[in-house]
Design a binder for this molecule. Structure first.
Ligand SMILES: NC(=O)c1ccc[n+]([C@@H]2O[C@H](COP(=O)([O-])OP(=O)(O)OC[C@H]3O[C@@H](n4cnc5c(N)ncnc54)[C@H](OP(=O)(O)O)[C@@H]3O)[C@@H](O)[C@H]2O)c1
Ligand SMILES: [Zn+2]
Length: 343
């Protein structure tokens, strides 16, 4: 098969589009999927740069998100059969520990993402546990089905399960162009909340407003915490979605109302912050961290996509062979929504 393989930590020149062996079934519970599409996540770039704590085997195929048709299944598989169109739940856990047994598998010590240590979806075929294959929500193309799983499962956990976002509340979403941010925007809009977004780019603010944001703040030219106070009559927002991190985290804290909730799953601008901890207890704030939603949350996302006919926001579709250029676009922060790879 053709795949894009990473040969060393570093820049995009370490990604090679080349011929490699097709994956084979290694367990009676596995499935092999003939991929039609994959999507690029910020996480792929962190792995490529060697910024993850777990070592990567080289050469390695990146990619946590994918969709396609089942090409082979192990002897024990009953949930899918060859030819079925599927999208992939992007995480695996041990299936035996107390967390896995109680629908809290996101806390499993052996939790890992597809494409982290095992070969991922920047390829024509991928081997996955068959239990990670789910029917594609009605009305979604293969490209759309590869664009939503990781960012939606993560966003759902943060906004719906943890922050328990309610209709009428106010939400601040940072970095409007990101995959997580556009998913958060769609979920928050569907719940009926007042949405403020930030971006370094005015065009992205305009696009976010078309998707339901009431206000957009340019985070390069304005102090967004102060702007949020102005826009909310000094009150602040109920929930902040901050996957940008870095120095801006201080401002996200400052933009929250008393009892406000901050949710985070990443730090695209850097992992260090000088947040004033007194704000946390003075204002009764809550912080929720998240690494991908559980299978149950993924099921809720699939239902959400089907019943609301929501389609993920796609920025651009590249051919698989151009995965390096696709990553470059994300690294430069040029995207609005998900970047997809088509096989
Ligand atoms: N834990 C999990 O399960 C999980 C799942 C998905 C993602 N994540 C993490 O969450 C973060 C976002 O992921 P993503 O896939 O949405 O990434 P993305 O598509 O690259 O979006 C990140 C956004 O953050 C803003 N940004 C990036 N660099 C910045 C900088 N230096 N300064 C200020 N703003 C910056 C940009 O928004 P503007 O251009 O609009 O300003 C960008 O679009 C990443 O750290 C990723 O690793 C975690
Ligand atoms: Zn477990």
């Amino acid at each position: 098969m053709k795949a894009v393989r990473l040969y060393a930590y570093g820049g995009i020149d370490n990604l090679r589009y080349e011929e490699t062996d097709d994956p084979q079934l290694t367990s009676p519970h596995d499935a092999v999927v003939r991929l039609k599409a994959a999507s690029v996540n910020h996480h792929d770039i962190l792995i490529r740069r060697g910024l993850r704590s777990t070592p990567t085997p080289f050469p390695h195929i990146l990619g946590s998100d994918g969709s396609g048709t089942i090409s082979a299944v192990g002897a024990e598989v009953t949930n899918v059969k060859p030819g079925d169109a599927v999208c992939l739940y992007p995480a695996s856990s041990c299936g035996r520990c107390k967390f896995c047994a109680t629908r809290a598998e996101h806390l499993c010590g052996q939790r890992r993402l597809l494409g982290e240590r095992e070969n991922g979806t920047y390829a024509e075929y991928v081997r996955v546990p068959a239990g990670n294959c789910y029917p594609i929500p009605q009305g979604l193309s293969f490209e759309e089905a590869a664009a939503f799983p990781l960012v939606y499962a993560t966003t759902w956990r943060m906004l719906v399960s943890e922050a328990e976002l309610k209709p009428g509340e106010s939400v601040l979403i940072l970095g409007a162009g990101g995959g997580i941010a556009t998913a958060a925007l769609q979920v928050a809009a569907s719940i009926g909340t007042h949405i403020i977004v930030t971006s370094r780019n005015d065009d992205k603010l305009k696009m976010a407003k078309k998707l339901g944001a009431e206000h957009g703040i340019n985070s390069r030219t304005a102090d967004f915490a102060r702007e949020v106070r102005n826009l909310t009559n000094k009150r602040g927002v109920d929930v902040a979605v901050d996957c940008v991190g870095g120095e801006g985290w201080v401002k996200s804290f400052a933009a929250l109302t008393k009892g406000g909730r901050l949710v985070t799953c990443g730090a695209a601008a850097g992992p260090k912050s000088q947040a004033d901890l007194r704000r946390l207890f003075w204002n009764h704030l809550k912080i929720f961290g998240s690494m991908v939603g559980s299978r149950e949350e993924f099921r809720q996302v699939l239902n959400f996509m089907s019943t609301t006919r929501t389609k993920p926001i796609i920025d651009r579709v590249f051919f698989l062979k151009d995965a390096a250029i696709a990553q470059q676009r994300m690294e430069a922060g040029q995207q609005f929504g998900k970047i997809v790879l088509s096989m």
